[in-house]
Write a protein that binds this ligand. Sequence first.
Ligand SMILES: *Cc1c(COP(=O)(O)O)cnc(C)c1O
Length: 221
Amino acid sequence: MNEIGLKITALKAEIPADVCLVAVSKTKPASAISDAYEVGQRVFGENKVQELVDKYEQLPKDIEWHLIGHLQTNKVKYIAPFVALIHAVDSLKLLVEINQQAKKNNRIIDCLLQFRIAQEETKFGLTFEEAEQILQSREFIEMENVRIVGLMGMASFVGDEVQISDEFRNLNNLFHVIKSHYFKYNTDFTILSMGMSGDYKIAIAEGSNMIRVGSSLFGNR
Ligand SMILES: *Cc1c(COP(=O)(O)O)cnc(C)c1O
């Protein structure tokens, strides 16, 4: 087995079966994705639209492509025909565009709301109040081509595991509050995307069911 395949297989054996592994292949060549594909990995995450489109075109069509990074409104159209999940929705404006492009493609696009859980200033993401404004808006309620299937967040890049745990726990709490207020009878709202190479173990302990792991599988970027 190839080296990437071994790492994927080992990580999958380590995490609970109900935790989805998104293999984050950004900056890595199509051959690295093929190595992972060979051992059965089908879910891949990219953070740049152009790179995602290029890889989609080159690689097998049963791959589930996730856009994990910040998405600009004017680029939604390029991924709308095929993207499986958009992780980082952080405005109503973006959601409106995703809905429009999904409609053009006769699809329903699954999305996660990205929350700002880190102490650090630089992170994208919504506050609870901002998320409520979106979820209560008439525009959102009338959307027929987007489906909010959960939440996503990134913890601070710090060594302090207590802080990281607290941030992930906070997101898990938000998940339950939002589910009970807005998606109580909706069986699609199930995904809590949190955890990367450095902190996925903590994230899983705090309730993550989707981890986005790149460098520990594919090597440093
Ligand atoms: C790059 C990236 C990851 C993966 O990070 P690693 O530390 O390489 O595992 C996860 N989530 C997002 C949003 C990213 O941009």
